[in-house]
Design a protein around this ligand. Structure first.
Ligand code: NAD
Length: 372
């Protein structure tokens, strides 16, 4: 088996580690930074704490990033970077903030707009400002990936952009930052983590380093998500979910995600289901589907996680979905045939081809028909 592994982001992990921001900025020789965040972190006083830790080196703040960030928000950040000749970027927030900051750190060094690159296939310039990413959700692992997902409402698209320059220089993963995540968001982001881990393990592109990380992350998510959901102030559960998130991120970046993520895109785009909840909708279906079609890796994964077989693993995850208030079917949407067809066609995303068992249009149809 031939494989490669690369991971260029330095990761600093631990409770209270946001204090390392001061020395990390010094390592970059940063003197004129931009903080990208949301209004919530300004309101809760966390943005002020970051400014204090920066010792006056962060001179600009952009706090208007929305969930599912837009090209306009990215362009606003780029303009601030350009107009003020900033020399580094700090992102404090969930995947949305980090994605916006990552793209702006590149586009801010050019005269380009995000729309020049989003969904156009145009090569993204490699030069970029250094980014310090501080995730506040345990979910996307955007702090260790080279992906930025932006939305352009004028063109009706939400799309990922990939660029080596989008890798942050350093990720400071401080689980205490996730203590304020409300229960539903804890669950949806937590299922994103679990799906990253499971799909990384069985992806057709699986490789041993990522598989080892995937088992570690899946185990942590399976044993801590319920507790983090029910008792958001349980720092040990939050710490374990943060560790699951970052290790799952390292696990899936190279093998890529597969069937559950492929189906999540139309479930989000057409029905507005939150990303992690949308992944959770089909993950147990695909555990059973893959096992029933002879995929040995899903059985192997179930054994490594302490389950008798794939069915037992699927049952455990279904139980967790119920306990955390995730949607269990699509009945409440009263889908008509056109919408059903859109879901099926939208699920034929390129990542579907990473599933270890080929998934046909008929397979997708049967799955969705069983959910409506
Ligand atoms: P998010 O960043 O969109 O945040 C969701 C909401 O939670 C926001 O309102 C935010 O302000 C709030 N929030 C965040 N942290 C909080 C905290 N500690 N306390 C209280 N509220 C908090 O959510 P997300 O799931 O982290 O990111 C989703 C985005 O990431 C989507 O746009 C998705 O497409 C993208 N994504 C990116 C990658 C990648 O590799 N770059 C991978 C998967 C998904």
């Amino acid at each position: 088996m031939n494989w490669e592994y690369v991971q260029p982001v330095r990761i600093i992990f631990g409770n209270g580690q946001i204090k390392k921001l001061t020395s990390e900025i010094a390592k970059l020789n940063g003197s004129n930074g931009l903080l990208v965040t949301t209004a919530g972190f300004v309101r809760r006083g966390m943005a002020a704490r970051i400014l204090q830790l920066s010792g006056g080196t962060i001179k600009q703040v952009y706090s208007a990033v929305s969930p599912n960030p837009t090209v306009e928000e990215c362009d606003n950040c780029s303009s601030i970077l350009r107009d003020n000749q900033c020399d580094f970027v700090v992102a404090l927030g969930g995947g949305s903030v980090i994605d916006c900051a990552k793209a702006a750190a590149t586009f801010g060094l050019t005269s380009c707009a995000a729309t020049d690159f989003l969904g156009t296939g145009k090569a993204i310039p490699q030069q970029h400002l250094p980014i310090i990413a501080m995730p506040t959700t345990s979910g996307t692992a955007s702090e260790v990936t080279c992906v930025s997902v932006l939305s352009d409402h004028n063109r009706g698209i939400k799309s990922p952009m990939n660029s080596y320059g989008f890798y942050p220089t350093v990720a400071i993963v401080d689980p205490e930052l996730t203590l304020t995540v409300p229960p539903h968001l804890t669950a949806t982001t937590g299922f994103d983590v679990l799906c990253h881990a499971i799909e990384a393990y069985w992806s057709v592109n699986h490789q041993p380093v990522c598989s080892t990380l995937a088992v570690h992350a899946a185990h942590l998510a399976l044993t801590n998500l319920r507790q983090a959901y029910k008792h958001g102030d349980d720092l040990a559960a939050r710490e374990n979910m943060a560790e699951a998130s970052v290790t799952a991120g390292l696990a899936f970046t190279l093998p890529k995600t597969t069937s559950a993520h492929a189906c999540s895109y139309p479930l989000t785009n057409l029905l507005g289901i939150a990303h992690g909840e949308a992944c959770a909708m089909t993950i147990t279906h695909f555990i059973r589907f893959n096992a029933n079609h002879g995929c040995e890796r899903v059985v192997q994964l179930a054994h490594k996680l302490g389950y008798e077989d794939a069915e037992a693993l699927a049952n455990a995850i279904d139980g967790m979905r119920e306990d955390t208030g995730m949607l269990l079917d699509l009945k409440s949407f009263h889908l008509d045939n056109t919408q059903l067809e859109q879901l099926i066609q939208g699920s034929k995303h390129p990542n579907l081809r990473n599933n270890p068992v080929p998934v046909s249009e008929q397979d997708l149809r049967e799955m969705y028909e069983s959910m409506i």
